[in-house]
Design a protein around this ligand. Structure first.
Ligand code: SF4
Length: 437
């Protein structure tokens, strides 16, 4: 039987243009990694920045199944360097899987290493606890809960609405555990605010602004579940927009403002822009028509795929095509029982979607699918998508971008192997270092 080491080395050999760093990063993102107890954090009381659970669980087990990692959180991210593949600095978001062949643990000299199939393949750096995490809001809430940062401190992730109004099997996206993640944190007694008050967000941002003296934080993302009726008496654009308005009034231009929301009608999109948001992510999730209808039943019912795409194009007239960056969940194309059964077909379909948007100047981006166990697709596909799909996607993404004369999208930090900080897929690690924002 082929070992995971054989698999990654085979792919590194067959796809020499894809950085080796990206091969390992994609494999860690799709399948997760295990942590030795000694490599876990001391939560908010230690020297290492803990995993904040900033929106989804991004774990391969539920909290009660994580053992020690449920009590002492793993780090938010790790950074890999060196080893037999001579890895350049690679930032990887942590997705916990106690059964993964990848394990973070100390070697015999006590230095933290990433092991694959029992062999050390990289040195592991841990994110230091940021100064701003050591301070609390006046009501005692932590900055990590209200305004966590990811991407090695680059992005402040403001999930201001922790649940989604697409609810239950007939509406929730089939790969999404936002509602389950909210329930499991509540059940575990963790602080996990359903709707974050604007004042708390501003207070947390003031702490970050004050203590982030190196100005590592460059952008914020406003996001959360979809709103099909109202929250706090507000429809989706006004609900998310009010945070942008307050942030831009208080800290004008301090960070690049981004919002992840549904593909909304033009007047709503215009309001986001008027409030000071600069980048809009109306995520299209999966390109194929049949799979979109099956995987995103709520979005299909309330908006519909064609209208969703039409609104994405329309929003480019408001924000400018460079600043419309719709996400898709890379890998769900191959999820059983409805997905493509061959990598060729899945890549062809995904490439068609990339060309559709990129030929219009819009640059999609993707997160690597984490098959969380409480979602229908994760339950049916605990191994996720084949690694070859993820590697070929990096190849076709870059080729389509270059064929359309585009470069890396704004608001993601620097591109290129050894430089990228975007942690939930390796698309930025795989782009040329010379392309700029
Ligand atoms: S719209 Fe879909 S992906 Fe987004 S939060 Fe709701 S269920 Fe999850």
């Amino acid at each position: 039987m082929q070992s995971r080491t054989d698999l990654i080395e085979d792919l590194m050999g067959r796809f020499p243009h894809v950085p080796r760093e990206a091969v390992i990063k994609e494999d860690l993102l799709r399948g997760g990694l295990a942590f030795d107890d000694s490599a876990l954090t001391d939560n908010e009381n230690g020297e290492v920045k803990p995993k904040s659970y900033f929106i989804f669980s991004f774990d391969h087990r539920t909290l009660p199944e994580l053992g020690a990692a449920a009590l002492r959180r793993p780090p938010e991210e790790i950074v890999l360097t060196g080893g037999p593949y001579e890895l350049r600095r690679t930032v990887v978001s942590v997705r916990t899987n106690p059964d993964s062949p990848y394990r973070v643990k100390p070697d015999e000299d006590g230095r933290l290493r990433l092991f694959l199939d029992g062999r050390a393949i990289a040195e592991v750096g841990l994110p230091p606890m940021p100064d701003y995490y050591r301070h609390t809001l006046a009501n005692g809430k932590s900055v990590m809960e209200v305004a966590p940062t990811i991407q090695w401190g680059y992005l402040i992730y403001l999930t201001v609405f922790r649940v989604c109004q697409y609810f239950g099997a007939k509406e929730e996206c089939q790969y999404c555990d936002i509602n389950h993640n909210w329930r499991q944190h509540k059940k575990a007694g963790r602080p996990y605010t359903g709707v974050k008050p604007v004042d708390e967000v501003l207070e947390a941002l003031a702490i970050i602004d004050r203590y982030d003296t190196a100005r590592a934080s460059q952008a914020y993302t406003l996001t959360g579940g979809s709103i099909t009726s109202k929250v706090d008496g507000l429809a989706e654009a006004d609900f998310y927009g009010r945070y942008a308005q307050a942030i831009e009034e208080r800290f004008p231009g301090r960070w690049i403002g981004k919002v992840v929301a549904q593909a909304l009608p033009r007047e709503d999109v215009q309001r986001f822009h008027d409030y000071g948001i600069r980048i809009y992510h109306p995520n299209y999730e999966v390109w194929d028509k049949r799979l979109f209808e099956l995987y995103c039943p709520g979005k299909e019912r309330y908006v519909g795929r064609e209208e969703w795409h039409r609104r994405i194009l329309e929003s480019a007239e408001v924000f400018g095509p460079r600043n419309v960056i719709p996400n898709f969940v890379a890998g769900v194309e191959m999820a059983a029982p409805h997905g493509f059964t061959s990598v060729d077909e899945a890549i062809d379909s995904t490439a068609e979607g990339l060309q559709y948007f990129m030929s219009r100047g819009i640059t999609p981006r993707f997160t690597t699918w984490c098959p969380e166990p409480t979602t229908p697709l994760g339950r049916a596909n605990p191994q996720g998508a084949p690694l070859e799909y993820h590697i070929r996607l990096l190849e076709v993404y870059r080729a389509t971008m270059e064929a359309n004369g585009l470069s890396s999208p704004p608001g993601y930090g620097p591109p290129g192997p050894g430089r990228a900080v975007f942690s939930v897929s390796s698309f930025m690690d795989s782009l040329p270092a010379e392309s700029t924002d």
